[in-house]
Design a protein around this ligand. Structure first.
Ligand code: GLU
Length: 472
């Protein structure tokens, strides 16, 4: 048997890029410039853990400077390596372009298992990492803005912010040096659930298009669809919750210790609480147990949402997957070989780099909030409420009828920060879905939605390079 070549995530991204580039008119040099990582920073630094010195390995890759700042999360995991960070940074460039977020792509990571460190040690490591980024000008509201990713969250972002602010005193826009912060420290309401909600908005839009669902032998709409979600982290949990709220049936859920299935549907919050209390997703009352997480991917369902890590669906298991729609909530869960299999079998793959763009979209709103130094809704909320109350009063007077209290509250409500953020996210996801499908439908030679998404991204990044006058 011949040895399998080692999987390279960056090579997989390049492969998808090249496939799409063939459907564009850009010069070879321009395509090469779009594809390469512009700056790669790999660092080693010492941190005292207990009574020992540990040498920590970390990265920050800026894939594209065609728009600044660069933007992308920071990942804490043992699997973090240069190839992965480069691939994820590239995906960020394409992701931002597709959803019209004016940033270049970046990604960072530290190779460690956060569960093996105390909060005190993690704080020391995160602060030192931030100091390294500051030294090399790899962080700042106008240069490069990190955010949470796998293994990090609000807590790490607030350490980054505090380190940056203390080393850059007096910098008026310093708050915008990182996003995904707690609301009390310059974060925006609605950021935490943004990626999961974006996944939901994107898939709902696809499901609402009869021309798409007819081809897949599905009825239009999200209601009643059987959904499996792999990964109950921030993204998977919120995706599952929003699908459940919209009337879908969550038949399968998985975490790294195993998976559960129930034809009748699982209550997501109950499963989440059960895992919190028992330490495992397994043995949930009324559900069937599966020993490995990957078995969830092969369950009978309409929509499969891999929301954990990359490379989970590949040439080996793709033939056994039964879903009709795969929504890539994680970054890079499918390999190019899996893509080929799904093109052959007419399974719709809704690609990561746009479907999970909800996080960076709301990060963009957070960054704008930080630069404008004012909370969304502060100026207009009362004005809208007063105006709505006045209109309602006029309607009641002219019709001689009373509007119910419930309706009144709903109509009068002036938009708060979270309402505006969600509305901006919904608009972004719907527009991006339509743009990608439009490119695809206009060119029937394009084999899948991922390629169509790449075509959109390449055209947008190419156009900004052209506008910058970089290519005469
Ligand atoms: N880590 C998220 C992603 O992969 C969010 C990035 C950001 O908000 O900058 O899209």
């Amino acid at each position: 048997m011949s040895a399998q070549p080692e999987y390279s995530f960056f090579a997989a991204v390049e492969k998808s890029f090249d496939k799409a580039a063939a459907f564009t008119q850009w010069d070879k040099g321009v395509l090469e410039q779009i594809k390469q990582c512009n700056s790669v920073y790999r660092m080693h630094f010492p941190v005292k853990i207990g009574d020992k010195i540990e040498v920590i390995k970390a990265y920050r890759v800026q894939h594209s400077h065609h728009k600044l700042p660069c933007k992308g999360g920071i990942r804490f995991a043992t699997t973090v390596n240069l190839d992965e960070v480069m691939a994820l940074a590239a995906l960020m460039t394409y992701k931002c372009a597709i959803v019209n977020v004016p940033f270049g792509g970046a990604k960072g990571g530290i190779t460690l298992d956060p569960k093996k460190y105390s909060a005190y040690d993690l704080e020391k490591i995160t602060r030192r990492y931030t100091a390294e980024l500051i030294k090399k000008n790899f962080i700042g509201p106008g240069t490069d803005v990190p955010a949470p990713d796998y293994g990090t969250g609000e807590r790490e972002m607030s350490w980054i912010l505090d380190t940056y602010m203390s080393m850059r005193p007096g910098e008026v826009d310093a708050m915008g040096c990182v996003t995904g912060k707690p609301v009390t420290q310059g974060g925006v309401r609605g950021r935490k659930e943004a990626t999961g909600l974006g996944v939901f908005y994107g898939l709902r839009e696809v499901c609402n298009m009869p021309e798409v669902t007819n081809r897949l032998n599905l009825t239009p709409g999200v209601e009643g669809k059987r959904v499996v979600v792999q990964g109950l982290g921030n993204v998977g949990y919120h995706s599952a919750i929003f699908f459940e709220q919209a009337g879908a049936k969550i038949v399968g859920l998985a975490e790294y210790e195993g998976a559960i299935y129930s034809e009748e549907g699982l209550n997501v919050q109950d499963v989440f609480n059960h895992r919190g209390a028992s330490g495992s997703i397994l043995n949930f009352p009324g559900a069937q147990n599966f020993e490995t997480t990957s078995q969830a991917l092969e369950m009978e369902c309409d929509i499969l949402i891999p929301a954990a890590l990359e490379n989970v669906i590949n040439g080996e298991n793709a033939p056994r997957i039964k879903a009709k729609i795969i929504g890539e909530a994680a970054n890079g869960p499918l390999t190019p070989e899996a893509d080929e299999e799904f093109i052959r079998r007419n399974v719709l793959v809704v690609p990561d780099m746009y479907l999970n763009a909800g996080g960076v979209t709301v990060s963009y709103f957070e960054w704008l909030k930080n630069l404008s130094h004012v909370r969304y809704g502060r100026l207009e909320k009362r004005f809208s409420e007063n105006m709505n109350a006045h209109i309602l009063g006029q309607i009641e007077e002219l019709t001689d009828k009373q509007v119910s209290k419930k309706e009144k509250d709903f109509i009068m409500h002036g938009a708060e920060e979270v309402d505006l953020v969600r509305s901006g996210l919904e608009e972004t996801m719907i527009t991006a879905t339509r743009e990608i499908l439009d490119v695809w439908h206009k060119n029937p030679e394009i084999p899948d939605m991922r390629t169509a998404a790449y075509v959109c991204a390449i055209n947008k990044v190419g156009t900004s390079y052209a506008e910058l006058g970089i290519f005469p």
